[in-house]
Design a protein around this ligand. Sequence first.
Ligand SMILES: [Zn+2]
Length: 108
Amino acid sequence: MSYFCQKGLDRFFEKAVQMARIPQHALEKLKRDVDLVGLITASGVKLEKKGGNLVGLCPMHDDKEPSLVVTPSKNLWNCLGACGTVIDWVMQSQGVSFRRANSQGNLE
Ligand SMILES: [Zn+2]
């Protein structure tokens, strides 16, 4: 993940946290503890090992060859310049609101 991408996400989360009034520590715990690989495979995406990463067809765009890369050691994903944490995944793959994404994560 590029530095620029990470920086943008941090700003995004700052704003999201303020809007949804979710404590920062709860959010950090969520991003760390929820199994991203399990979450992605549960949504029907087949992931294959490639080095230290997992790759698969991205469900968020018309993907012909695996563009989705998941890094289990960091619990992060990226695809064609988009990247993020478990929360970004739930929001972007299901188009749910931030608040809903957060409560789904808590059920894990
Ligand atoms: Zn994609």
